[in-house]
Design a protein around this ligand. Sequence first.
Ligand code: MLT
Length: 394
Amino acid sequence: MQLNPHYAELNESYLFSTIAHKVADYQKAHPEADVIRLGIGDVTLPLAASVTEAMHKAVEEQGHKGTFHGYIPSEQGYEFLRDAIRRYYAGHGVELDMSEIFISDGAKSDLGNLLDLFSQDNTILVPDPVYPVYVDDNVMAGRKILYLPATAENGFLPMPDEAPHADIVYICSPNNPTGATYSVEQLKAWVAWAKANDAVILFDAAYECFVSEPGLARSIFEVEGAKEVAIEVCSFSKIAGFTGTRCGYTVVPQALAGGKLNKMWLRRQTTKFNGVAYVVQRGAEAVFTDEGMKEIQQNLDYYRANAAVIAAALDEAGVWYCGGKNSPYIWLRCPNEMGSWEFFDWLLEHAHVVGTPGEGFGPCGKGYFRLTAFGDAERTKEAAARIKAALATL
Ligand code: MLT
């Protein structure tokens, strides 16, 4: 037996596990400290009423012989949910075929699993900083990874004219962690680059629901011809609070690689995955009803208001930041040239607030720090006041 040697190349633990351990240690040493967690992007509002109603109804169905559902007829997902997603995309001008939509238990799993479809020999291009899963997934597989710096100078939106040749590129927009969001115009350049390099774009649209400024893309498929070069991965976690319920979807276009990738993904999923629970898929379907969408917009507005509260505190403290407008994340520059882990410890000590060190998202995140707007509103106000007060002592 031989172990996969590439696991030894990973950091000892996953970013958010490291943070959780650090906070647990701090809390143990300071049991009196009232710690506010604005670190991991986990939601705090409960599921919308439309969603839980649909799930209750589905649970009831599962308890009766006439309405019980066993194995899902298609591992690709129930038609009722795929059709709801198809209509959601049509609402922002993107036509999808039902065969292109695959339901999953979340974007994180799909982002890793999709790599089954690609040779080990592919070179990967990853913006830096970015969601650490893209890098870790490829390190585990032993692929060559190239980094594309996302800096304040390029607005945290690197463009392909700065890019080396690669076979697979990850684009996360709105970006985790910086909140920077590509416009449809900018994505046109990425689609052209992918065509010229015979590359595939893995587009992570998990935060598309936060896009609120005109001209910014919610889907890479808003770009003409993108279906020939891109796969899009999305999630119900951020739009509808499914972090603990688990549901997402991936769009693998028929136009990509002459339909081969769609066929391979179907083959992979039917072999390795038995689909998402019926009850969960019924809940996800309810997100797209008129009532569901209304409730969900209220939740998104609640988080947007949190972002504004954090932003106002940073403005008053004179700290540079971006994000928080088309994204639930505020990306700030650590004061006094502190390193990002140094600022993490300082903020925990002086404000009892947890955030995420920018460096955890890649070397270019050095000296930056991420705060999430997914917290409880009262606790976020309290955290913002504490952050402002602590910064005033510097
Ligand atoms: C984050 O905090 O970056 C996200 O919550 C992680 C995730 O969605 O898996």
